[in-house]
Design a binder for this molecule. Sequence first.
Ligand code: UDX
Length: 470
Amino acid sequence: MAQPPHVLLFPLPLQGPVNSMLKLAELLCLADLHVTFLVTDYIHARLQRHSSFRSRFDHYPNFQINTVSDGLPEDHPRGDRFIELFDSLRRETQPLFKEMLISSESESRRRVSCIVADGILGFTFDVGNELGIPVFYVRTISACCLWVFFCLPKLIQAGEIPFNDDMDELIKSVPGMERFLRRRDLPSFCRSGNVTDPNIRLYRTECDELPRAHGLILNTFEELEGPILSEIRSLCPNIYTIGPLHTHLKAKLAARGSLQPTFSNSLWEEDRTCVAWLDAQPSKSVIYVSFGSLVNVTNEQYMEFWHGLVSSGQRFLWVIRPDSILNKDSGSRIPDDLSKGTKERGYIVDWAPQEEVLAHPSVGGFLTHSGWNSTLESVFEGVPMICWPYFVDQQVNSRFVGNVWDLGLDMKDTCDRNVVEKMVRDLMEVRKGEFLQRADEMAKSAKRCLVEGGSSYISFERLIKDIGNP
Ligand code: UDX
């Protein structure tokens, strides 16, 4: 009997992409494919220490994990200096990746028959192509941001970037977004005022890179990003929209009766005491605050958020990642009103089981950095958002949340206690009904796309078929 395809998955080594690619890996295991998950030693060590991925994947004899060096010293901050990480992957990891694939040729059962890699790791296509292994790319960002990346050459040609003033000027060179995309909504690196910025250099090649692959897998769904997906299809016709991945996996596990109550792909230790705290709060009364895995805030910004949250009078659960506050002033006294307000209505943790938190009935809002995983998790649970985007794709995502999908408020480019207070009140009190209704409608369509016959369900079936016959 023919062996099932053996897929090698290679995520970008950062929390968000690793999280969603692990979900994809499990979905592929459930479809009876052989799966090798390739991660850097650094990510592997963090997963071993903090996540439950090992015990979960022990259930799949068709799964294995391989590790590779990212070429950086142990104490390098990685995600904080992304371009260095990326250069090192290309320089140091690419030859190791090729060696690994060549050695897999000798073990006939486990011969890699297909590579599924993050599309930003373009070298995976070069290696796959050289060895005659088909490559499917995955981008774990939104389609709306990806489309802006695709349009970067056009934006430069039209002279729309670089720019240096009037951040509210509308952008004309991104088809489908002419009515609402402002300079301030472009990926953060477009603000550098310099087209030779290494980030611009990196992302402007996406429109040449991505169409080279057999297909492009996206963690989104048609009902959310349909019009933008049509634009991308004009350059990249074979797209698989299989999101939201985190719940796609849950739906497949539930259908088999093997859904476990909790599991984690976290690179930090989850503090589950916050779930017990949420259990004691009234329905939809808590705003959850988290800025993901890479955002750093200054001590001044931290204090603005804290004052705003306390003055809003709302209950809040706040994730403050260790070391995420720059120049933290640990010597100064915390004002009494902050300590008192936090004790009465707040709860602070280092890292939370976020999917579970967003699904908790006590949570009624999310103050987020608009990372794509966080956005999708919130959309799926019908939780309205206040967006405080930090960098890259988040500037685009937040514009869509605030002005296209109407799922919340975009607070970009301000960090002022009065604005925080007002927006939290607006989301949780003044306009609560309106936002919840809209979020609920979108959550319903997110659920529908995953059931048999739904858009993401069908797309995933097609992906499995195409991986078998690329
Ligand atoms: C980064 C970029 O910021 C993001 O914009 C891009 O789309 C992917 O890479 P990150 O900062 O990690 O991602 O944000 P996000 O994509 O939202 O992913 C964070 C993940 O960590 C989410 O899946 C979230 O559930 C999880 N998380 C976050 C926790 O489990 N606990 C927490 O306390 C905070």
